[in-house]
Design a binder for this molecule. Structure first.
Ligand code: NIG
Ligand code: FE
Length: 399
């Protein structure tokens, strides 16, 4: 790719190849009136007019958002469940009655890998236009070896068709399949770890009321670590079961959700290198409480943001809306929210060496905004504020 440039009135970015924790999440670099010179990678950030084609003028430029927690790929919708919940039914009761995740499983099992990929690509394109340059996607709607592998292969197919980066996670333990015990099914998954390892570096498990017990999760995650996986947990979302503490104990890369954690858990997480992943759009969508992000950051934790985009507990995939909720409900500063949604989420996915900030040598992944200031992002949720997104040097216009 031939070098090219954009001119930016303002560039706002965290800096570094690792995570930022606690109050350090506020430390951003601001450049004014600079050219960003790039091919697939960022080559220079300079005040001098570069001897290359200047493709566009931008107001505000930030790193591309890295959505470190989605449930792509899924198939089919659960709008009836959404209406039931709006009229008082509870997410966990629908799940326990065999609906929820189990309904999506029945839909996913019916379709081919190709259909699964084709159904999800439009959602990812939408996200790219809104500034996302990498997403994580999970299996978890197959609940048997064949269909879990189908989901992971669909993610591979998607990654060959779109420019944004895709990080796959094996979430075979998303619910307990009908007709099997937790122990039986987890055992079956571990016996097939070599097949899943070919498709994913991460293993995730839903440890909660209505899902897996802490005891079974400890056994399973230890096996996953032995098999060479990095581990993540859906933790303490519905009830405080001790899942976050288990994640810290096992050196998990992240513990995600954390709506129900207490001060003791906050202290444990803050004294560890396990990242707390916050997904305020799920709290919003379910009408539940918000995770204690402010307390976590004040205690020195590493906090990242994701959407949790899925067909049940949250259908919101718009990063500006997640950003809005991070500021208005989680009480994060706009600076902290930017770090959480770029550099720290890159760290969760193991790509912070090469993504997550606007720095020479990193991938040319950034967002050019029509708006002028960082605070305008959370102030104007779900508006069309992105001018264009650059992914690996390629410009995607939002029109
Ligand atoms: O992260 N909590 C478990 N899993 C998802 C929901 C998946 C679904 O309802 O389909 C979540 O909220
Ligand atoms: Fe999730």
């Amino acid at each position: 790719m031939k070098p090219r440039a954009i001119f930016a009135k303002k560039v706002v970015t965290p800096i570094g190849k690792e995570y930022k924790q606690g109050k350090d999440m506020n430390s951003l670099i601001v450049y004014e009136n600079v050219y960003i010179v790039y091919n697939e990678k960022i080559l220079d950030i300079t005040k001098e007019a570069p001897g290359v084609n200047v493709q566009a003028q931008a107001n505000l430029v930030t790193p591309g958002f890295i959505d470190c927690h989605t449930h792509i790929p899924f198939y089919g919708f659960r709008s009836k469940e959404f209406v039931m919940r709006s009229q008082g039914a509870k997410y966990v009761d629908i799940l326990k009655a065999g609906g929820g995740i189990h309904y999506t499983v029945s839909e996913v099992r019916k379709v081919s890998e190709n259909v699964l990929a084709a159904f999800n690509i439009p959602f990812i394109r939408e996200m790219i236009k809104r500034g996302v340059t990498r997403i994580e996607g999970k299996s978890g709607y197959g609940l048997d070896v064949e269909n879990e592998l189908k989901q992971l292969k669909a993610l591979k197919e998607i990654s060959e068709k779109i420019s944004a980066g895709i990080t796959p996670t094996f979430l075979g333990a998303h619910a307990v399949p009908k007709g099997k015990s937790q122990e039986e099914y987890l055992n079956e998954l571990t016996e097939n770890f070599d097949k899943f390892k070919e498709c994913a570096d991460f293993v995730d498990i839903f440890v909660d009321d209505g899902a897996y017990s802490v005891e079974n999760a400890r056994w399973y995650l230890n096996k996953a670590r032995e098999a060479g996986f990095k581990i993540r947990l859906h933790a303490d979302e519905i009830a405080r079961t001790g899942a976050a503490a288990l994640g810290v104990e096992l050196g998990a890369v992240s513990v995600d959700h954390l709506l129900k954690i207490n001060d003791e858990d906050i202290h444990l997480i803050a004294s560890s290198e396990t990242v707390a992943v916050m997904m305020p759009s799920t709290s919003f969508y379910l009408g539940e409480e918000y995770a204690p992000a402010r307390k976590l950051i004040n205690a020195g934790a590493i906090v990242a943001l994701g959407s949790d985009f899925n067909p049940g507990s949250n259908t919101i995939n718009d990063p500006t809306f997640v950003f809005h909720l991070a500021v208005s409900k989680l009480k994060m500063t706009p600076e902290e929210a930017l770090t959480a949604f770029t550099l720290n989420s890159a760290y969760v996915l193991g790509v912070s060496e090469s993504e997550g900030s606007i720095e020479v040598g990193k991938a040319a992944n950034f967002v050019a905004w029509k708006i002028q200031e960082l605070e305008d992002i959370p102030y104007l949720p779900a508006h069309d504020s992105v001018d264009f997104t650059v992914v690996k040097g390629g410009m995607i216009k939002n029109d």
